[in-house]
Design a protein around this ligand. Structure first.
Ligand SMILES: Cc1ncc(COP(=O)(O)O)c(C=O)c1O
Length: 371
């Protein structure tokens, strides 16, 4: 039985050529020229002044939190329905994550619920674009202005996506991306911070590089990390970036094809095709089982697995993470939409290398399992 993996990247551009150049020239570390080239080309693509490449998207969030000076006693508002990297960066900085439930249709943070979570301790908001549709950015930026809050935009899943025609990743004080292989631009492992502020860019570069000082290298005023990206990774990233418009088109074609073929399954909530701010990018093709469906996501995924279909569960909400409960965080808190999405939602194969015949196999298996 041919297994259909949940993700397979496409590496058929100039990746090999650029990698060979690294080997031939001996430039393989973060000092190599592709790193700066990738930073500047990626920043230009997202209409930002500075790009700071790092070893992954989670590291980018850690650096963003440090660069914005978020510390013990501060509160940071972020979605309950997201990857743990967002809350982990806040907790590790000694600050308190304050959660907001998801919107049941877009699966993004419900921005209408943010303002009542703002306190005199609130320092920042993290807006995370989830699964293909952007957060409603304008109300978040308006709240930031009104309450003098910093904004971290997590665009890890939103390469090539826009909000009101402006690139995702161009909003907030700092934005971050991931280049994990399921992203529209991959470097194997990798991430990037973007900002228009010179001071924040300098801080991000410093934190990524152990806070070495130019004038006195091994003498440290602050604690940083080695979170650098290698020239080999940047070589792959540059080749990928050349293909981004095509990759965006592929994802959208894939999403539309799935939606057309699954439209008759009334017990399945499909991704919303668009909001008034953007067309869905379908970073992953997620589905949510309705109340009337006689099985939960875990059982649906198990049955699809038996039919050779790879799947992944949706995020498990932050307030139900044992590690945070053990820390005494989020006790007695409830975010019903995030809880339901976690139990009823999962995504199906949606990588860039997915073929139409693989997609047909996925659709047939979903019809068999869900009816
Ligand atoms: C929204 C979001 N933020 C951050 C990350 C972390 O990125 P990485 O896997 O590169 O650490 C991910 C990873 O998929 C993500 O989906």
């Amino acid at each position: 039985m041919d297994f259909v993996p949940v993700n397979e990247p496409l590496l058929d551009g100039r990746e090999k050529e650029y990698l060979m150049r690294c080997i031939e020239t001996g430039w393989i570390s973060s000092e190599g020229p592709y790193v700066r080239e990738f930073e500047s080309q990626f920043a230009r693509r997202v209409a930002r002044t500075h790009g700071v490449a790092v070893c992954n998207g989670s590291a980018a969030l850690e650096v963003a939190v440090a660069a914005l000076g978020i510390k013990e006693g501060d509160e940071v508002i972020l979605p309950a329905f997201t990857i743990i990297s967002c809350a982990a960066a806040v907790v590790r900085a000694g600050a308190l994550p304050v959660l907001v439930d998801a919107d049941p249709m877009t699966w993004n943070m419900d921005v209408s619920q943010i303002e009542r979570k703002i306190s005199h301790r609130t320092k920042a908001m993290m807006m995370v674009h989830i699964y293909g549709l952007p957060v409603d950015v304008d109300p978040v930026l308006a709240l930031a202005e009104k309450h003098d809050l910093r904004v971290i935009e997590d665009a890890a899943e939103a390469h090539g996506q826009t909000y009101e025609g402006k690139p995702c990743g161009s909003f907030g004080d700092i934005s971050v991306f991931s280049f994990y292989p399921n992203k529209l631009v991959t470097t194997g492992e990798g991430g990037m911070l973007l900002t228009d502020r010179d001071d924040l860019a300098d801080l991000c570069r410093s934190y990524r590089d152990l806070c070495f000082q130019p004038s006195r290298r091994f003498f440290h005023e602050r604690l940083g990390w080695n979170m650098r990206m290698s020239n080999l990774q940047a070589a792959v990233g540059l080749a990928q970036l050349e293909r981004l418009p095509d990759f965006v088109e592929r994802k959208r074609r894939m999403g539309r094809r799935y939606s057309e073929r699954l439209a008759l399954l009334s017990s399945l909530q499909l991704p919303q095709a668009r909001t008034s701010h953007a067309e869905n990018l379908y970073w992953v093709y997620g589905v949510v089982l309705g109340e009337e469906a006689p099985l939960d996501a875990a059982e649906a995924m198990r049955r699809l697995g038996e039919r050779g279909i790879g799947t992944r569960p949706f995020f498990w909400p932050m307030h139900e993470q044992p590690v945070f409960l053990k820390h005494g965080l989020f006790l007695e808190e409830s975010y019903p939409v995030a809880e339901r999405l976690a139990r009823r939602g999962f995504y199906v194969p949606s990588g860039l290398a997915l073929t139409e015949s693989q997609m047909d196999k996925v659709v047939q298996a979903i019809h068999e399992v869900i009816r």
